[in-house]
Every structure is written in structure tokens, then in C-alpha cells.
Write a protein that binds this ligand. Structure first.
Ligand SMILES: CC(C)(COP(=O)(O)OP(=O)(O)OC[C@H]1O[C@@H](n2cnc3c(N)ncnc32)[C@H](O)[C@@H]1OP(=O)(O)O)[C@@H](O)C(=O)NCCC(=O)NCCS
Length: 193
């Protein structure tokens, strides 16, 4: 565990285990990050947890956006504005490869709850899926939420058809608290400490 940034989140510690570590995106990662997104797009997979990288004008403008998201102030549960968030690449230590990405939100709003977006959004790149990284990433994100952000309730959502994500969320002890009745059903999960 090491201290990496001191901002709206006070001191944020990046958690790591034997295989993976969370890393704040930097300009040095530009080519790796673009390759990561292209791989997700080529596999026609919906990308979650990028803090807007998939729709950004450029990598540089995305870095600026992430900085803004980290520094912004929480405006309260009823605010329509974006809540503060922090985005990490999830990097495999052995070869320094980005295997995934995660966006963590300390506070929630009604808008976020209505979308079942919760505190954690995440993706593992297709070539690294099915290797247990999704579960490891989620465990690290939960550790961050509990030990750094001091959250007592952690929420995350997924489409009902997303078997892998359901298994990942259940692997950290999350329980379903709501299912929406839209054409594509979503499940909202919660972990209460
Ligand atoms: C959801 C996602 C992160 C899972 O990542 P992953 O690294 O493959 O997950 P893991 O390897 O830890 O596998 C978790 C479980 O899902 C299963 N699984 C993985 N991919 C699967 C698939 N395509 N279909 C069915 N089950 C799958 C694994 O076998 C494992 O099951 P087990 O608990 O019985 O062993 C990944 O599929 C992904 O990034 N998808 C696109 C973005 C996304 O949906 N993000 C989640 C936001 S809701």
C-alpha cells in the first residue's frame, strides 16, 4: 500500500496484491491506454469505469478531465452534477500491462442511484478476461472504499445478462437490493459493513 495523491479524497492509497496494482493515469501511458480502449471497442464490449476515456477528444483532454473529477466538490445527493471520482488503471505487475480500469466514487447522488451506477465502475480488457482479474480488481476497489474512503455502504450495478459481472460482485459479498424493470434488466448490488 502506498500514498499516491492528496486532493479531494485526502490521501488516497493505492491498493495492490501480489499480481495487480492500481495506477493513476499519466501521459506516459497514452499508447497503452489507447490500445486498451481499441481492444474493448473491437470486441464490441461496453466499457465501464474509464471516467470518459472512450468518449474523450484526446488522451490529454481525458487526463485533464480526470484531474477535474478528482478535485471537484460533492454537491449533495440531490444535485444533478457529476459526483467526484477517481480513476485507476489496473496494472499487472509482472509485465506492467494494463489489464483493466476502474472508476471509484466516494459519494453517490440520486442520479447515480437511479442509473444503478454505484460507487464502482470497472472493465477488464477482453484478452485478459476469464483469468480472475475481475474479481481481484473488485477486491482491491472494495479495499480502497473501506480502508481509505471509509465507506460503510458500497454499491455497484450490472446488467442482468452480465453473468461475469454478477459473479464478480457476488464474490466480494455484494447482495442484490433492486432490479429495474426496463427492457434490459439491471441489478443494483450493495455491500453493507
Ligand atoms: C465483467 C468483467 C469485468 C469480468 O472480468 P473477468 O476478469 O473476466 O472476471 P473473472 O475472470 O474474475 O471471472 C469472474 C467469474 O465470471 C466468469 N466469467 C468470466 N467471463 C465470463 C463470460 N463471458 N461468460 C460467463 N461467465 C464469465 C468466470 O468464469 C468467473 O466465474 P466463477 O466465479 O464461477 O469462477 C469483464 O467481463 C468485463 O470487463 N466486461 C465488460 C465491461 C463490464 O461489463 N464491466 C462491468 C460493469 S457492470
Amino acid at each position: 500500500m502506498h500514498s499516491i495523491v492528496k486532493e479531494n479524497y485526502d490521501v488516497v492509497y493505492s491498493y495492490m496484491n501480489d499480481e495487480l496494482t492500481f495506477e493513476i493515469p499519466t501521459i506516459e501511458r497514452k499508447n497503452d491506454a489507447i490500445e486498451f480502449i481499441r481492444e474493448m471497442v473491437a470486441a464490441c464490449q461496453k466499457i465501464h469505469g474509464t471516467g470518459g476515456l472512450d468518449g474523450a477528444e484526446s488522451y490529454e483532454s481525458w487526463l485533464k478531465l480526470l484531474d477535474k473529477h478528482r478535485k471537484m466538490r460533492y454537491k449533495g445527493y440531490e444535485s444533478q452534477e457529476r459526483v467526484p471520482s477517481i480513476t485507476f488503471f489496473c496494472v499487472r505487475k509482472a509485465d506492467n500491462r494494463i489489464v483493466g480500469i476502474v472508476n471509484i466514487r466516494k459519494e453517490l447522488s440520486r442520479k447515480i442511484d437511479d442509473m444503478y451506477a454505484g460507487n464502482i465502475g470497472y472493465s477488464i480488457r477482453p484478452s485478459e478476461q476469464h483469468k480472475g482479474y475481475g474479481k481481484q480488481l473488485m477486491k482491491l476497489a472494495i479495499d480502497d472504499c473501506i480502508n481509505v474512503l471509509k465507506l460503510k455502504t458500497i454499491r455497484a450495478g450490472c446488467y442482468e445478462y452480465n453473468i461475469a459481472s454478477k459473479k464478480v460482485l457476488e464474490s466480494v459479498g455484494m447482495k442484490p437490493i433492486a432490479i429495474n424493470s426496463g427492457i434490459i434488466k439491471s441489478i443494483y448490488y450493495e455491500l453493507k459493513l
